[in-house]
Design a protein around this ligand. Structure first.
Ligand code: ASP
Ligand code: MG
Length: 422
């Protein structure tokens, strides 16, 4: 008998029919003798629907102006789905109870719409589990010190589930979703993409931060910090499949000390179109320029990803970096109006039509020549690399966005990730 946390995403909770199927699946686990905690998302589309209502009433106001109310509003999506699941479980003949975040309580800071979990009181949940109940805890939300409802950022139910699992020292946290696991890359781009049976937590962190939408990145950070055993699997298998089969399906996120890792050097190819490149040209090459450029951008709360500074020619250098595409216009404007003048730089040029493609694998730590294999593959495809960044377990390049799919497919093949033809 184990203590298990299940998390069901919006599609899995998308209708009363789907909720009834979730209840049957959870009931199967409970009847097998496990203590069950379930963390649902709102029914699919519900969070968007609610947020759109707010916008309708305050079209001219920036959303930050009514952040607190947005959390009050958006949190109702999970409150509804949680109650419905409790009712469905009761209809299955189980004892079940649902709690909103504040009832547990899941304590967060007060950063509305992107709050961070600070602590979880496990007393109430434990008592219910001990008396044989299935406990449902709303995803996505918590409560701050003053009793205000907060939410954890879009996709935050993943983080709720992992945090609850950590607080309860659960044996495993199963993230049920509409895909059957984590893939070597997006199967819509590369049909030969394979599901990974295991992926290391660090690889998952890189993949999540680079646009793989399977898990909210913070949930992976949480799992890493508290060593929560986490598995991504499909809620679209028949609810009554054999529980032992279900328990080993999907993708397990492992920690390196686990021995059963698939030992590929590169485990996955990640990519995204979320970034844009900015170059400040003709910057006098003197101490402090990086700070003046990066500092000004950071002060405007714009995050910078990759950075390149060229060698100087005749005392001038070019300085390039990438930012999120949403921040692109703001960053260019800021540099033009506040930075290049005082810096004595020539001009600012930008390019939003770029993408970032990365190879990820903990095997890269112990193998040399992986990056050069990547570069040679891209060269063979005639793809120009504009920027490069590396870490111990990944190499990323910025290329023209029109070559993104070509690059991803070629790299997937070169690193031996293509599925073996059946
Ligand atoms: N319902 C929230 C969202 O749509 C949280 C979640 O689903 O994880 O972002
Ligand atoms: Mg999600």
């Amino acid at each position: 008998m184990a203590l298990i946390v299940h998390k069901y995403g919006g599609t899995s909770m998308g209708s009363t029919e789907r909720i009834a199927l979730v209840a049957k699946r959870v009931a199967k686990w409970a009847r097998a003798g496990h203590k069950m905690v379930v963390v649902p998302s709102a029914m699919s589309g519900e969070t968007n629907r609610l947020l759109a209502l707010a916008k309708e009433l305050a079209p001219a106001k920036p959303a930050e102006a009514y952040n607190r109310e947005l959390d009050m509003l958006a949190s109702t999506g999970e409150q509804a789905s949680s109650a419905l699941l409790a009712i469905a479980l009761q209809a299955e003949g189980l004892e079940a109870v649902s709690y909103a975040g504040w009832q547990v309580a899941i304590k967060t800071n007060s950063a509305y719409t992107k709050a961070r979990i600070e602590s979880i009181d496990d007393k109430k949940v434990r008592a219910d589990l001990d008396s044989g109940r299935v406990v449902i805890v709303t995803g996505f939300q918590g409560v701050d010190d003053l009793g205000n409802i907060t939410t954890l950022g879009r996709g935050g139910s993943d983080t709720s589930a992992v945090a609850v699992a950590a607080a309860l020292k659960a044996d495993e946290c199963l993230i049920y979703t509409d895909v059957d696991g984590v893939y070597t890359t997006d199967p819509r781009v590369v049909p030969e993409a394979r599901r990974l049976h295991t992926v290391s937590f660090e690889e998952m962190l890189e993949m999540a931060s680079m646009g793989s939408k399977v898990l909210q990145i913070r949930s992976v950070e949480f799992a890493g910090k508290y060593k929560v055993k986490m598995r991504v699997l499909s809620s679209f298998t028949p609810w009554d499949i054999d529980i032992n089969e279900e328990a080993v399906s999907g993708t397990l996120i492992t920690f390196e000390e686990d021995e059963d890792m698939e030992q590929a050097v590169v485990s996955g190819i990640a990519f995204n179109r979320d970034e844009a490149k900015i170059s400040v040209l003709g910057v006098p090459d003197t101490p402090g320029i990086a700070y003046k450029i990066v500092g000004a951008v950071a002060d405007a709360n714009i995050e910078i990803d990759m950075i390149i500074q060229n060698v100087s020619k005749e005392g001038k250098t070019d300085f390039s970096f990438t930012v999120h595409r949403n921040d692109f216009a703001k960053a260019v404007d800021l540099l033009n109006t506040q930075v290049i003048g005082t810096l004595g730089a020539k001009e600012v040029v930008g390019d939003a039509k770029i993408c970032k493609v990365s190879i990820v694998g903990i095997g890269m730590r112990s193998h040399v020549g992986i990056a050069s294999k990547m570069f040679s593959c891209l060269a063979q495809e005639g793809i120009n690399i504009q920027m490069i960044s590396t870490s111990e377990i990944k190499t990323s390049v910025v290329i023209d966005e029109k070559y993104m799919e070509l690059a991803v497919r070629a790299l997937h093949k070169v690193f031996g990730l293509d599925q073996v033809a059946a």
